[in-house]
Design a protein around this ligand. Structure first.
Ligand code: IPM
Ligand code: MN
Length: 356
């Protein structure tokens, strides 16, 4: 009797190049599931700019309720040139992160062998750390408001929310991860505690408190501005970075370029007790839509993270190894759109073939 495990995966391809990179990612995931003897039941959702423009619907509550029953979500990209900025991002992406309480945004920063990256003298040995970005609070909650809009007296506030519960669980996750990783056994708290003294103090006090439970992990602090410098100058100093929502958003774009660009940077929106969502950290890149030129490795790597989170560690590792092989042996020429030496679809097929 075949009793293989079947995972229910919600697939939101989204806008722009989203559907192409997701297609390539699914090619790899399907090949991997066959090799490792588990099943994938795909539930496809067409939320995104086109649906919104046609029907006015963004992401209904009923869909969120349905999604809560799945095992994971695989997401392409959200953002459409004909829709005002913020509507889809807040209505779909942030809505899912918040509604599903995906309080960790896990963003590995790893330079693969054979990948061109802009920092001189820093290779795969030096560029290998993880950013844990708090994902459900901070300045992203939409708290605040506007008063006397359009007048000379206009006031706009955007409030930075930090709760002990939110900060503690995020920092705890970072320490657990540092424990699991075999690197410097170090957590670096990135903040701006020299100016944001109230929230900075909450984060630092909480980090110290959590650190007591992980005595073999070193807790280090860095201001976010200086962190931008260290990420270029001495990326080898980092093992696990933990930071708030906005700082995490900003530094992970910088981190992405140090690992070869947005074509390879993957992210997981994780609720360790619930439904998690995996995506490339790049956007919808409308100008490349439908051209089969965009690099799908970030999405493929996000798929590997998804399998790891689902408990299919070996299958996940096999995808990571396949990516390493394809890049390390020069089979993919570049991560830049149009310069890979093959198309988006072909990269998916190549990596699927290399999964062993
Ligand atoms: C990201 C993106 C999103 C964010 C946008 C699209 C809302 O930049 O995932 O990093 O700011 O979180
Ligand atoms: Mn971002």
């Amino acid at each position: 009797m075949d009793s293989k495990k079947i995972y229910k995966i919600g697939v939101i391809s989204g806008d722009g190049v989203g559907p192409e990179v997701i297609e390539a990612g699914l090619t790899v995931l399907k090949a991997t599931s066959e090799k490792y003897n588990f099943g994938l039941e795909l539930i496809k959702y067409d939320f995104g700019g086109n649906r919104y423009l046609k029907t006015g619907e963004i992401l209904p509550d009923s869909a969120i309720e349905e999604i809560k029953k799945l095992d994971a979500i695989y997401l392409g990209a959200i953002g459409h040139p004909d829709v005002a900025p913020g509507i889809l991002e807040k209505g779909i992406l942030l809505n899912l992160r918040f509604s599903l309480d995906q309080y960790i945004n896990l963003r590995p920063v790893k330079l693969y062998p054979g990948v061109w990256a802009p920092i001189k003298d820093k290779g795969p040995e030096e560029i290998d750390y993880i950013v844990i970005r708090e994902n459900t609070e901070g300045i992203y909650t939409g708290s605040g408001g506007v008063f006397k809009k359009g007048t000379k007296d206009e006031i706009a506030t955007q409030i930075d929310i930090n709760t002990f519960k939110g900060v503690e669980r995020c920092i705890r996750y970072a320490f657990q991860l540092a424990q699991k990783r075999n690197k410097n056994k170090k957590v670096t708290l990135v903040d701006k505690a020299n100016v944001l003294t109230y929230s900075g103090d909450l984060w630092r006090r909480t980090a110290k408190q959590v650190n007591e439970k992980f005595p073999n992990i070193t807790l280090d602090y860095a201001f976010v501005d200086a962190t931008c410098m260290w990420m270029i100058k001495n990326p080898e100093w980092f093992d696990v970075i933990v930071t708030n929502n906005l700082f995490g958003d900003i530094i992970t774009d910088l981190a992405a370029i140090t690992q070869g660009g947005l074509g390879i940077a993957a992210g997981g929106n994780i609720n360790p007790e619930g439904v998690s969502m995996f995506e490339p950290i790049h956007g919808s890149a409308p100008k490349y839509t439908g051209k089969n030129v965009i690099c799908p490795i970030a999405t493929i790597s996000a798929g590997a993270m998804m399998l790891d989170t689902l408990g299919e560690e070996k299958a996940s590792l096999s995808i990571e190894n396949a990516i390493s092989k394809a890049l390390g042996e020069g089979m993919i020429k570049s991560l830049e759109a149009g310069k890979m030496g093959m198309g988006t679809k072909q990269v998916g097929e190549l990596i699927a073939k290399l999964v062993v």
